[in-house]
Design a protein around this ligand. Structure first.
Ligand code: PEP
Length: 248
């Protein structure tokens, strides 16, 4: 399986910055031999469509419904119609700041898959939970509740991102072996939940990934790629991450 490099730009980048970013990345993208994905702000998806043959665009968030009286929400159907290929569900910033919990995330996952979007479903523990030896308990619950009754239309439709909250935006990444240990656990859960496809669903690591640590992370058996925040904002770093991932 090709490795994944997914850039999560969060609420960053202006139109001029995006233009310069794509001009830079496009000088190298023909050499990318990995899945190179980027999630800009939803409003920037339209101007970015067709700017690159290589980079797959997706959303950072999507509504739990197709349409209706939900002021301010972004429909997964509208995202799909626009050309977005994926959406991120359950990012810890959404769980923490916007109080998104299992049942809502489950609905968002279902609505996005029904609309034909791929879903990157994020899980991860806090520092306190890790210190209390509750990492596996927390991850198991997030997967069980968030993916309850979910039917995957094809084996590429669902990706899971393991993002320890203590590692997001802190510069303190999980070591390759800490990440591998949790990825292996997630793999077991996925095989249990999805007996035919679970063994093949990509599992990404996220949390202070950079050009220095990417190779040791991707070398792990159950790490199929990375979800990258801060480092994905710099075109030079994103390009380097994609080139390094292309070697696997
Ligand atoms: C993220 O927000 O998904 C993330 C992993 O951020 P960072 O790479 O900055 O830690």
């Amino acid at each position: 399986m090709s490795k994944y490099i997914v850039g999560n730009w969060k609420m960053n980048q202006t139109l001029p910055e995006i233009k310069a970013y794509f001009e830079y990345v496009e000088k190298y993208s023909a050499k990318f031999n990995c899945e190179s994905w980027i999630a800009p702000q939803a409003i920037h998806l339209a101007p970015l469509m067709n700017k690159s043959k290589k980079i797959v665009l997706g959303a950072q968030n999507s509504a739990p419904f197709d349409k209706g009286a939900y002021t301010g929400e972004v429909s997964p159907v509208a995202l799909k119609e626009l050309g977005a290929k994926f959406t991120i569900v359950g990012h810890s910033e959404r769980r923490t700041y916007f109080k998104e919990h299992h049942a809502l995330l489950n609905k968002k996952t279902e609505a996005a898959l029904n609309a034909g979007l791929k879903v990157i479903f994020c899980v991860g523990e806090t520092a306190q939970e890790r210190n209390d030896d509750r990492t596996f308990v927390v991850i198991e619950e997030q997967l069980r509740e968030g993916l309850k009754s979910i039917i995957i239309p094809n084996p590429e439709a669902l990706l899971v991102a393991y993002e320890p909250i203590w590692a997001i935006g802190t510069g303190m990444n999980a070591t390759a072996s800490q990440a591998q240990e949790v990825h292996e656990f997630i793999r077991v859960q996925l095989k249990d939940t999805f007996p035919t496809t679970g063994k093949d669903l990509p599992i990404l690591y996220g949390g202070s990934v950079n050009t220095e640590n990417i190779e040791s992370l991707l070398a792990q058996r159950d790490i199929d790629g990375a979800l990258v925040g801060g480092a994905s904002l710099k075109p030079e770093d994103y390009t380097k991450l994609c080139l390094l991932a292309s070697k696997f």
